[in-house]
Design a protein around this ligand. Structure first.
Ligand SMILES: NC(=O)c1ccc[n+]([C@@H]2O[C@H](COP(=O)([O-])OP(=O)(O)OC[C@H]3O[C@@H](n4cnc5c(N)ncnc54)[C@H](OP(=O)(O)O)[C@@H]3O)[C@@H](O)[C@H]2O)c1
Length: 338
């Protein structure tokens, strides 16, 4: 059992209300997409979760397919939760998701009731939990009626397998419809999970953030460091062992190269203000009122501490925000990809 820091709620970690729900989220949440699979260092994984909890991070974000191999992040986090955090279950918000490719055959992905509910049952087993706090539809399914996907989320709540439900990466039109269907089923959509960083502003450009605020739905945004591109490590080179240097293809070296000019300009802005690029990037995300929490990733405790230190950095002033807008304006998805 982890002997948790008694000072973990000492106000270093602010908590924000998730939309108009009763749920409070830490400004920084921890994601387990990378660094928690069977391929990763289990001692470091445990150390990261312990430090996160000790610093007031009450929200750990997972998905069925996180690893590699898929499912292994849930297995490893589940084991650590059982061994270290069993006494703290009610202090933790654990989320998982279903929708991306998970197992072979016609029911292993997308948005059918069959996939979502079978996947949730598998996740609960791997996580060694009776329920998850948040269950997400991980992506919209163009071939399944939204009513069916939403009915699976509603069943997850009605059957006690999840306390809250959320949607990830839905475009605004589908999001609006899905939220309405869920409401009619008596299960509010509590939370939305989009990517969001200085380098990826499509949810803002497409009006999603404004709409979520208007509707009282929280937004927990992922990859606020653009998968590490805004950590400052890629300014001069692609370091060995970094995500862009690994062969799993989640962050290609070519993506880094394509953004390098912007990254360097942002780094310059941060340096002139005496802060790191990492802190500039995280402050920028957190200074948006529509954001409930930023889900960061960390390969080790030092990286986690670097991100947590952003909480103490000052808010960005209007002049800095204008400079950032000029370097990396909010573009809709199609315009950004053009
Ligand atoms: N809903 C979805 O579809 C979806 C999609 C993606 C992510 N997510 C969620 O969001 C979470 C976070 O995503 P993310 O990992 O891309 O977040 P991120 O915070 O943008 O990137 C984290 C990565 O940046 C690098 N980094 C962080 N601090 C550093 C430092 N001080 N120095 C050098 N490098 C540093 C590390 O990668 P290195 O390995 O290079 O060191 C670290 O793993 C995921 O775990 C997942 O829970 C959800």
């Amino acid at each position: 059992m982890h002997s948790a820091d008694p000072n973990r709620y000492d106000a270093r970690m602010p908590y924000r209300r998730c939309g108009d729900s009763g749920l409070l989220l830490p400004e920084i949440s921890l994601g387990c997409w990378h660094n928690f699979g069977h391929v990763d260092d289990q001692h470091e994984a445990r150390a990261i979760l312990r430090r996160a909890f000790d610093r007031g991070i009450t929200h750990f974000d997972l998905a069925n397919n996180y690893g590699p191999p898929p499912g292994s992040a849930e297995e490893n986090v589940g084991r650590i939760l059982a061994e270290d955090f069993a006494a703290h279950r009610d202090e933790l918000l654990i989320s998982t998701k279903a929708g991306h490719e998970m197992w072979r055959g016609p029911y292993g992905e997308w948005g059918s009731r069959k996939h979502l509910l079978a996947s949730l049952d598998q996740s609960l087993k791997r996580l060694r939990l009776d329920y998850v706090d948040i269950f997400y539809s991980h992506r919209p399914d163009p071939n399944t009626r939204l009513e069916e996907t939403m009915s699976a989320l509603a069943t997850a709540v009605h059957s006690g397998r999840a306390l809250y439900v959320g949607l990830s990466k839905y475009p605004l039109k589908a999001l609006k419809k899905a939220v309405r269907i869920l409401k009619d089923m008596g299960v509010p959509c509590t939370i939305y999970q989009p990517p969001y960083s200085i380098l990826n502003r499509w949810p803002e450009a497409e009006g999603i953030h404004d709409w979520l605020e208007e509707k009282g739905i929280g937004s927990v945004v992922f990859s606020p460091l653009a998968q590490g591109m805004l950590s400052g490590k890629y300014i001069d080179t692609i370091p060995d062992g970094s995500r862009a240097a690994r062969s799993d293809g989640f962050l290609q070296a070519s993506q880094v190269t394509a953004q390098l000019e912007k990254i360097r300009a942002l780094h310059q802005i941060a340096s002139e203000r005496g802060i790191s690029l990492q802190h500039l990037a995280l402050r920028w995300v957190l200074d948006h009122s529509s954001v409930t929490s930023a889900i960061i990733g960390a390969r080790n405790v030092t990286q986690l501490d670097d991100s947590l230190a952003a909480l103490q950095a000052p808010k960005l002033d209007v002049e800095t925000l204008a400079l950032i807008d000029a370097i990396s304006p909010a573009l809709k998805k199609d315009d950004a990809e053009a």
